[in-house]
Structure formats: structure tokens, C-alpha cells
Design a protein around this ligand. Sequence first.
Ligand code: UGB
Length: 598
Amino acid sequence: QSNLGILSPDQIELAKILLDNGQSHLFLHWPELGVCDKEKLSFFDQIARLNSSYPGGLAAYIKTAKELLADSKAGKNPYDGFSPSVPSGENLTFGDDNFIEMEKRGVAEARKAAFVLVAGGLGERLGYNGIKVALPRETTTGTCFLQHYIESILALQEASHKIASDGSQRDIPFVIMTSDDTHSRTQELLELNFYFGMKSSQVHLLKQEKVACLDDNDARLALDPHNKYMIQTKPHGHGDVHSLLYSSGLLDKWLDAGLKWVLFFQDTNGLLFNAIPASLGVSATKQYHVNSLAVPRKAKEAIGGITKLTHADGRSMVINVEYNQLDPLLRATGFPDGDVNCETGYSPFPGNINQLIMELGPYKEELQKTGGAIKEFVNPKYKDSTKTSFKSSTRLECMMQDYPKTLPPTARVGFTVMDIWLAYAPVKNNPEDAAKVPKGNPYHSATSGEMAIYRANSLILQKAGVKVEEPVKQVLNGQEVEVWSRITWKPKWGMIFSDIKTKVSGNCEVSQRSTMAIMGRNVFIEDLSLDGALIVDSIDDAEVILGGVIKNNGWTMENVDYKDTSVPEEIRIRGFRFNKVEQLEKKFTQPGKYSVED
Ligand code: UGB
């Protein structure tokens, strides 16, 4: 009471909300007026932020928290009454006629798309000190994830404009969701690199706020252990992207500009853009309101499973069931073995890789109803089986793939399954944990992420007719991986398979110990025999033919231990580095026709 004098009417309102919702403990330690007044006011600044950044404010947050904590204490299964079954969706096979058709359709649609990257997570499992989008996608060229994503969007934009029937030219908007943990470093990375060639007006950063932590089953907000005038906060999850997009006003702008699709993706999947054109083609062909991209998934692998859930009352939905919930759900509903591999060697439930394509119109309509709020969950770690106290504070969380949970049954929710080698290689696990992954399951480490790029590019070129030598097995940071020729190219060289095929002709071969980096657009591989390292860069007006026998000592791979702190972190987490012994390196900066031979 004695402190009321320093508070503004708005702050008094906020204090009332807290007191009416069981939060009087937050003020018990407050000294009399005149002591720590600055701290008391900054406490209310934070309360105002927490209140305004959550749909429905703190009162709604505390109410939902109480309900979810009670459900959790009672052991209530969120899927009570639902039976899981394997849903049907679109299966694509790289390079066949249907795939090529879908890619072309997807490229045509791309100029009506907006891309949204969720990059607010720090990636605790990886343990990397920087932001994940700044990590090199591969170390042959050192291109970071963010640069690769931007260059891929620009390549799609250009390819799409070329075939636009109405001749319209639109810049594809690119949104990045950041958090306090990643915002300034993401902004700096973009500014230092001139937005990697994208117009800065095309890029929008939306920062998600953290949410209040909860100390007990009564949803009493937790005070920061180091500052008793501050509420402890933690990330709310990638589901925030929907409410942020809704409140940003961007959806209306995009609709007015004639856009039709919004594509969501995560921070470190270097293969993602191999899958985007074809899956966008599937969305357009099947008229999916929601299309989740999926890959075959090993049973119990730490990625969610796409599942059809049918309720006893007739409701049904196709939704991601998180990996820690799928197995118990199956066991509780007549599948005593839970989530197990079937005869294909994979779980019958396709793995959600959290790349979602939404049709913009129905998406905006749905958000108008929900404000972008996504069904939340809580995951308290209890001290003991009485479930009365927590080991540490908890908070509500939400996931972007739970968006379909509020949709009516008439919504067209589908999914598209693609080969893992083509579409999915995230960098999530630190070397120590990756080395402990059971044999046959993916490591999802910096090592496997980079090797997957070389494997995918090698397989794509093989399919285009190049004899790429088979890989060798190697153990790097305790993980056995296949090492293919280190082949990389810029997205503008070839975004879709039919374009890549036009760049390759004659009898071409690349040995396993080779490195090939193509940085220019109009570079053609013709009767090339490569055994060594070849790096080619060229301006768009230069046409370059790579041919003949090119042989040199090339780049060798040296093992590096992840514990060796004399090596930069982004290198040592891979377990190797390149020793650039010898290469043929060519750069063409003038228009003209050139051929590169030894
Ligand atoms: N992220 C945010 O932007 N904000 C946050 O508050 C948290 C995360 P993780 P996760 O790829 O296979 C997901 O930590 O959540 C961003 C799916 O839920 O890498 O364990 C973060 O920056 C799961 O179904 O993954 O699991 C990153 O870009 C499965 O699909 C993204 O959200 C799994 O990913 C994902 O965060 C997968």
C-alpha cells in the first residue's frame, strides 16, 4: 500500500491484475516507499512488457498455466480420447517425372510466396556460442546458413520471375523471428554483409519476448534468483511466430500485394531449399491450406511424427505429435510395442521437419479468430512423485506446427514426404551427444550436417549423369560418416533438377578425393574429369565451360578433435578441417565465353 504513491495509474492497474491472480508473493519483500524505488519501477516496466506481449495479457497466461499445471499433475494425456493412425500424404521421389513437374509448379508459385525463418532459439543441445544461422553450412566455401537461405530465396525469386505469365516482378519478403538471445547478432550479421545481396527492405526482423516462469502448481510467477525486482523468464517456443506475424500487419500487406503462400522454416537445415520448390508445387496442386514437409523417421528419433488423430466423438486432425508423446500415446491405444520401425526400417509415422507451407488467405482468416495464439503445453520437472514442487521453475511453451490444432475439419491439412538425403540434415547436437547416438540413427551434428550437403550434391549430380565416385567411411568426432566428394554450388547455379541437368553434359567424372565449388551462374560441366580441387567464380555475363582432365593434389581432410580449443569453435565441432594443398582456382570478372581446362 505504502508504495502506491510512486506508481502511475497504468502500473496500479497492472498491480491489481497480479494481486487478483494470486501473485501477492511478488510484493512481500518490498521495503517502504523511498527504498529501492528505481527497482520497483523497473519491475513494473517488465510486467507491462510481459502483459502486452501475450495474447490476453498476464491474467490469461496465469489462468492457462493453472489449468495446464493441474492437468499435468493429474497425469492427463493431452491426446485423451484420440486414437493415432498413419495418415496418407504425398510421397515424392527425387528426379522422377512427378518430382520434376512439382518443382516447376513450385518455382512458378514462388513469386507469390513469403518466407519466415524462426531463429529465436539458442540451440542449447548444440552448445555453440554464437547464433546458429551464422554457422557455416559447409566449410568448402564457408557460406553461413543465413547467406545460403537468402541466396536461395533470391534464386527462386529470379527463376519465378522468368516464367511469370503476367510479367509482374515482386520481391519475395523474408521474415526472421529472433529473440533477445539472437536479435542483435542476427541484425549485425545482416548489416555487416549487406543483407547478403537482398534488399534490406525485403527483410523484416520480428523479436519474440520470453514468458514468465512459474514456481509452483498455483502458477505463482518466479522471481529471478539474482534480482528480486525481476520476474524470471524463459523462451515460449517457436509457436510465437504466428502471433507475431499477425500483430506485425505483414499478412494484410502480403494479401494486398497478391501473395498466396507463407513458408516457415528452422535455423540449421542446409538441405531445406532442395525440398522447397517441389513441396510448394504439391501445396499448389493439392490446394493444401497447410502442408508439412516430412521425411522417413526412425522410431523414437528425436523429431516429431506426423499422425492422424481420430477422436471417439468423430473429430480428426493430421498433426505433429512430439517424439516424447508419440510412443506413450501408441502404447496407451492398443500398440503395446509403441513407436517401432516397420518393414521399411522406419517408423510408419513420417518425421516432421518443421517446414510448413500455409496458404495465406485461410491462414490470415484463422489468425483473425485466434489472434495467432497457439495451443500451449507445460513440461514441469517435478521433485518427486507427489508432483507438488518443481526442481526448477517452468513456463508455458508453444510450437509453430501446432497451428492446425484449432482448424475446422474442413481445412485441407496435408504433408509431403521426401528422401532424407535430399531434404533434411539439421545441426542440433553437440559432438559428445552425437557420438552417443545409437548406430543407424542420424547424428544431427555439425559433422553430419556438412557431410549431408556433399552427399546430396553428389547424388544430384549422379542423377544428372556425372560419375561421382562412391564415398569412403570416416570417423570424425566419434561419428562414422560417409565422405563424398566435396561438391558445392551457389543456389543461382541450379535450384531445381531440370535446371541442373541443363548444366551437365557429356562424360563427366569426379573422384572421391575431389573438391568442386561452383560460385557462378552460367557454368557448364562438359566432359570433365576432375581429380583434385576446382574453384570457379564468374559474373552472370560470363559463360564458363569446365571440361577436360583436371588433376591436382587437391584439398585433404585433417582430423580435429572437438576438445581442441586452439581451433575455432565452428571448425572443431565438425571434427575436421581442410588442408588446401593445391587447387585450380578461376575467377571471371569480364563478360565473355571461357573454358577451364588444366
Ligand atoms: N526457436 C525459436 O525461434 N524460438 C524459440 O523459443 C525456440 C526455438 P529446435 P525443437 O527439426 O526435426 C523442432 O530447438 O523445438 C526456433 C520441432 O518441434 O531446433 O526441439 C529455433 O531457433 C520438432 O517437431 O527444435 O524441435 C529453431 O530454428 C522437429 O520437427 C527452431 O525453432 C524438430 O524441430 C526449432 O528449435 C526438427
